[in-house]
Ligand binder design. Structure first.
Ligand SMILES: Nc1nc(=O)c2c([nH]1)NC[C@@H]1CN(c3ccc(C(=O)N[C@@H](CCC(=O)O)C(=O)O)cc3)C=[N+]21
Length: 283
């Protein structure tokens, strides 16, 4: 058996087409969604991601506001820029690109964002709303994973999902999302303290690799016909490498690969969060 690819590029294109129409409808009401980005330092990877986000905005008709700050930016200076975006009516949603340089603190920065402008869905208030089951912007990567599975007709109700990785942007919030009544999956959240990882991955209908450990999950660790979602993204000499070893393609039924899978969905969901917030303002 060779697995079929769950194509993030195709799904993201469909999402962007839908958003484009909704942005046009908002324009008739005099509302233009605007995405802000705050980028500190000169990490080439982070610059590439932020460039991609602004390219997406242009495609869909979202205005973009870009704030680039030097590596040695002080916490006070960053707080000022964040406060400015919180006040700016042209900015309907924004992100602070993570990770920040070590002298600034990711969690501190997230707390400075107006929760209603939190395009990433990572503000503690919004993560708390996710726990409570109250409406809120959802974290982009978990939202993108659920959307891609739906589009590829992967049933979630009653499914056994093994998530490998407990990070605050993917693993942990994905567990919350999948166990809502609307998804109703059963989740096992594995991490570096898990005693026997293969024991858990082998039982799962769906395995999500979100550990950032290249090739961690091999073909012998998954059940034949399993659905795999690769969120791992490690830059190596061989290019961008995910958490699944290529041997899984002979065992699985469907795979969302790295690259070409969830990264593109994450970007599309960021746009969706910004457009949805603008739609709320237009009501
Ligand atoms: N506040 C914040 N929000 C984020 O959403 C956020 C962040 N910080 N920091 C970094 C991570 C990483 N991330 C990616 C988004 C898209 C691709 C993407 O489009 N990947 C493509 C191309 C990959 C390539 O070739 O470089 C693919 O997987 O096919 C990758 C990674 C968002 N992040």
């Amino acid at each position: 058996m060779t697995a079929t690819k769950m194509d993030g590029k195709i799904a993201a294109a469909a999402i962007k087409e839908d958003l484009k129409a909704r942005v046009a409808a908002l324009a008739e009401k005099g509302v233009t969604p605007g995405l802000g980005t705050v980028l500190v330092g000169d990490d080439p990877g982070s610059h590439a991601y932020v460039r991609g986000k602004h390219r997406d905005c242009a495609e869909v008709g979202i205005a973009s506001l870009r704030v680039d700050l030097p590596e040695d930016t002080s916490q006070e200076r960053l707080a000022e820029e964040i406060a400015r975006l919180n006040e700016d009516p042209a900015c309907t949603g924004y992100i602070v690109q993570l990770p920040l340089p070590a002298h600034l603190h990711d969690n501190w920065a997230l707390e400075q964002i107006d929760p209603d402008k939190d395009a990433d869905g990572l503000h503690p208030t919004n993560l708390g709303r996710l726990v409570l089951g109250v409406e809120a912007p959802l974290p982009c990567t978990p939202r993108g994973i659920v959307d891609l599975l739906r589009r590829n007709d992967v049933p979630l109700k009653g499914a056994e999902v093994c998530i490998v990785g407990r990070g605050t942007t993917v693993g942990r919030p994905l567990g919350l999302l999948l166990t809502r009544r609307t998804e109703n999956a059963t989740v096992t959240l594995c991490h570096t303290g898990t005693r026997d990882l293969a024991e858990h991955t082998r039982r799962a209908d769906i395995v999500v690799g979100a550990a950032g450990s290249p090739g961690l999950i091999t073909g012998d660790m998954i059940r034949p016909g399993a659905v795999l979602v690769d969120v791992g993204m490690t830059r190596t000499e061989a290019g961008l490498v995910g958490d699944f070893d290529p041997s899984v393609w002979e065992v699985a039924s469907k795979v969302a690969p790295t690259p070409g899978g969830i990264g593109l969905m994450t970007r599309a969901m960021l746009l969706a969060n910004v457009v949805e917030r603008a739609e709320k303002l237009a009501r």
